[in-house]
Structures are given as structure tokens and as C-alpha cells.
Design a protein around this ligand. Structure first.
Ligand SMILES: Nc1ncnc2c1ncn2[C@@H]1O[C@H](COP(=O)(O)OP(=O)(O)O)[C@@H](O)[C@H]1O
Ligand SMILES: [Mg+2]
Length: 462
């Protein structure tokens, strides 16, 4: 009774099998093939038949069925071997295989299932049973395929999300970095601007007073000279004093002394001016600025680092400025870029001179070009207008950059400098300033031992 009910269920389902499902029947007995063929066609399936394992394997390669019915006892290769080969081929691995076996062969059924078959049907055939089993496995296969594609979709989504997240994380790191850096710079800028302002007044007194002092000293010198002309013999005491104080020298030296004080105070003024313009806060909008002024200001601030040291000669700065109109930009940010690139160039030149423990003379011997001429540590700054872009080259003849790290130098926190000296932030921030803030490009050309060149390109009109 129960069995009958089941059969009825299957019969009901049997009325609507999916039209496109294809079943391959592999059997060497024409009688079996015929029975199976008719049964399956009647049930609405597409049916392919093969009479031996080899041709079946070939057939399946080009024409993959949804399910295979496979006889065990066949000439050439038997059903087990056919099954093994189908399961080894990634193209056919997932096609469900149902063995056809004689009722008695219990052990063999187990062998078939172990080889990867999903089920078996027994001869002589019970049509309803065949259809029922086939339907179950086709359904299972459909669900499996769906599951697979869902899984793939899910994996893809997970991958996409992971990529999105890591991108967002990188962005967050960059923004954070920029915030910290601009915070630092703006507070440093405020400090510098404050100091410059405070120094400005006293230095103003000094230079105005120096002007008057100079006048007075000139008058006094004239007066002394008049006295000397009018009273050539002023008496022993005065003669002696003149000799001891070395009046001649004082009269000569005093004006020189004053003019060097004047020069000094003018330098201070200049430096303060540079500091103020270097540290000026950029507004939210770009404004036209003189690029060369920015470079000069930066050089002024770095002046002390260019001077000769015990271990190396002075760093020459060679400038080749083109005719550049005002550039629409954030001048304070650009100064930061110049500062980073120039400081790196100086560091690289320093490192070239620290390559060994040789004396300065011997090191200078090392740094020669192919003509035997000594190569001086040098930074070359040139600017040129190229169509609507301003191009700024900052090159040094320092140690250069190893090929292996050239693609890392713009990454945040990448540094080859000892702790405390390098932060690894200079270039990554410069890169952001040039590309994101100014819509330009920042490139680097370098070879170890042949120096380094950075190329900044920004649009003239923002
Ligand atoms: N002009 C240069 N010559 C040689 N190496 C350079 C030069 N500019 C940058 N580099 C390399 O790029 C790295 C990253 O530079 P940067 O981002 O400014 O960080 P930091 O100067 O703090 O190390 C440096 O550590 C250095 O190895
Ligand atoms: Mg740096």
C-alpha cells in the first residue's frame, strides 16, 4: 500500500519533467538500451545512448548530459572503470551517475557507490522506479548547481566587500595621516608666524637705529679727524690714549662693523619674511602664486643644511627657472612639497658622503665622473612651462634609489632612514598634495649611484 502511494506520487511528478534534461544511457545490450530509451523518452527526457565506455567518455566531453545511466558489465572497459574516468575529469565530475546492476550483485553496488555513483537501479527494470530515482537525482543535481552558483556569487560578494573595505581602510588611513600632518603643520605654522611677528618689531628697531648709529658714527669720525687736523699736538695723555686704543684701527673698523650688523639684521628680516610666507595658512580656495618665490623661501629655510660640513663640501644649488606666470594653487601646500623633496635630496647627498669611513679627501676622490672630474654634491632645480602645465624638476646627484624599492617610496611610512630621522611620510604626503589637491602628477626617475630626479607637474590654472 505504501509503495503504491509512493509510485503514484512519482507518477504525478513524472508528468512534468524538465524538457531540456538529457540522460545518457551506456549499455552494451541493445535490448536494455531499447527499453530504457523508450521509458525515458516517454517520460519526456532527451536521451543519448552509447554502447561502450570509451565512446561514452568521448561523447560526454563535448555533449555533457544531466545524468548518466551506466551498465556495469560491458566489454573493453567496464562500468566501474568508465565511472572512475568520468569522475577524474573535471568536466564530467559533477554529472550524477546511476549504475545499472543485476539484482544479486550486492557487493558490486557498494563498489559503484564508492567510485562516486549516486545510486543504482536493478535489472530487470521497474519503469516507475527508474523514473523516480532519476527525478530525485536530477532534482538533487539542480539544487547542487544552484547551491554552487549561490556559493560562487557569495564568494564574489565577499571578495568585493573585502576589496571595498580594504580600500576604505586605506582611504581612512590616508585621510587620518593628512589630518595629523596638516594639524601639525598648521600649529607649527601658527607658532612660526607668531615668532616671526614677535621678532619683526625688535629687528625693526635695530635696523632703524643702526641707520642712525651709522650717521652718528660718521659724524664722530669726521669730528675726530677735524680735531686731529686743528690740534696736531693734543698733549702726552691724549697721544698715549690714541696709541693704546689704536684709533686708526677703530676708525677703519667701526663703519665695517656697523655695515655688517646692518647686513645681519637684514638677513634676519629676510628669514622672518620667508618663514611667514612659508608657513602661511592656505585658504579653502586656490590662489595665484609665484612658484619661484615658494622655492626660494624653502631654500632660505634649508640654507643651514646646504653649508659645508666636516664630512662633506657645500651642496651647490643650481637653478634654471623658466618664465612662469602665477600658478593657481595652494602655495602653503606646495611649499611643503618643495620642502619634502629638497630635504630628501639633501639627505641623499649626505648619505652619499657617509658611505664609508674614508677621509673627506678620499671620499672626494671617489665621487668623480667618467672624465675624472670631481662631482660636487649638487641639487638642480628647474622649472618650465609646458602647454597648460608647470613642470618643476628637483634633481640631486646623490646615492640614488635602489630599483627594488622604487615602487614603494610613495607609500606612507616607507623609509630607509634610521628611526628618529625618517618618518616615511614626506613623499606620500607630497604625492597627495600634488595629485589630489592640484590634479597634477609626481614622478620619480632614479638609478642607484646616478642620482634622483623628481618631476612635479601641475596645471597652471588649477
Ligand atoms: N632624492 C632621493 N634620493 C634617494 N632616495 C630618496 C630620495 N627621496 C626619497 N628617497 C627614498 O624614499 C624614502 C621615502 O621618503 P620620504 O617619504 O620623504 O620619507 P623619509 O624621508 O622620512 O624617509 C626615503 O627613505 C628614501 O629611501
Ligand atoms: Mg623625507
Amino acid at each position: 500500500m505504501m509503495d503504491n502511494n509512493k509510485l503514484t506520487d512519482f507518477e504525478l511528478q513524472e508528468k512534468e519533467p524538465s524538457a531540456s534534461e538529457t540522460i545518457l544511457v551506456i549499455d552494451d545490450s541493445p535490448t536494455n538500451l531499447e527499453v530504457l530509451h523508450d521509458t525515458l523518452v516517454n517520460a519526456g527526457y532527451e536521451v543519448l545512448v552509447e554502447m561502450d565506455g570509451f565512446s561514452a567518455i568521448e561523447q560526454v566531453k563535448t555533449n555533457s548530459p544531466d545524468l548518466i545511466l551506466l551498465d556495469i558489465m560491458m566489454p573493453k572497459i567496464d562500468g566501474y572503470e568508465t565511472c572512475r574516468r568520468l569522475k577524474n575529469d573535471p568536466r564530467t565530475r559533477n554529472v550524477p551517475i546511476i549504475f545499472i546492476t543485476a539484482l544479486s550483485e550486492t557487493l558490486d553496488k557498494v563498489k559503484g557507490l564508492k567510485l562516486g555513483a549516486v545510486d543504482y537501479i536493478t535489472k530487470p527494470f521497474q519503469q516507475e522506479e527508474i523514473i523516480a530515482r532519476i527525478q530525485v537525482h536530477l532534482q538533487l543535481r539542480k539544487l547542487n548547481l544552484e547551491l554552487d552558483s549561490q556559493k560562487q556569487l557569495l564568494e564574489q560578494r565577499v571578495q568585493e566587500r573585502t576589496a571595498e573595505l580594504s580600500e576604505a581602510f586605506e582611504e581612512l588611513k590616508r585621510v587620518q595621516l593628512q589630518l595629523v600632518q596638516s594639524e601639525k603643520i598648521s600649529s607649527l605654522g601658527q607658532l612660526v608666524a607668531g615668532v616671526a611677528h614677535e621678532v619683526n618689531n625688535p629687528i625693526g628697531f635695530i635696523s632703524t637705529n643702526l641707520y642712525h648709529a651709522n650717521q652718528y658714527v660718521q659724524d664722530l669720525i669726521n669730528l675726530i679727524q677735524l680735531y686731529q687736523a686743528q690740534f696736531p699736538s693734543p698733549g702726552d695723555d691724549i697721544q698715549e690714549y690714541i696709541a693704546v686704543m689704536d684709533l686708526g684701527h677703530v676708525l677703519q673698523d667701526l663703519p665695517k662693523l656697523l655695515s655688517s650688523m646692518k647686513l645681519g639684521s637684514e638677513r634676519i628680516r629676510g628669514i622672518m619674511q620667508s618663514l611667514r610666507s612659508f608657513s602661511r595658512a592656505d585658504g579653502v580656495k586656490k590662489k595665484p602664486a609665484n612658484i619661484h618665490e615658494g622655492i626660494e623661501t624653502t631654500l632660505m629655510i634649508l640654507q643651514h643644511r646646504l653649508k659645508a660640513q666636516i664630512h662633506r663640501p657645500m651642496i651647490q644649488v643650481v637653478k634654471d627657472y623658466g618664465d612662469i606666470p602665477p600658478v593657481l594653487c595652494y602655495p602653503g601646500l606646495l611649499n611643503q612639497v618643495f620642502m619634502n623633496l629638497l630635504a630628501n635630496a639633501i639627505d641623499a647627498l649626505e648619505e652619499s658622503f657617509l658611505i664609508s669611513n674614508l677621509s673627506l679627501e678620499n671620499k672626494l676622490q671617489l665621487i668623480k665622473n667618467e672624465n675624472g672630474e670631481m662631482i660636487e654634491p649638487q641639487i638642480l632645480i628647474s622649472t618650465i612651462l609646458e602647454e597648460e602645465n608647470v613642470v618643476i624638476y628637483i634633481a640631486d646627484n646623490g646615492r640614488g634609489i635602489a630599483k627594488s624599492v622604487q615602487n614603494q617610496i610613495f607609500q606612507a611610512y616607507f623609509t630607509t632612514k634610521p628611526e628618529g630621522k625618517g618618518t616615511g611620510l614626506g613623499l606620500s604626503i607630497s604625492y597627495q598634495i600634488i595629485t589630489e589637491k592640484h590634479g597634477g602628477t609626481l614622478d620619480c626617475v632614479s638609478a642607484p649611484g646616478e642620482g634622483t630626479k623628481f618631476i612635479i607637474k601641475i596645471p597652471l590654472n588649477g
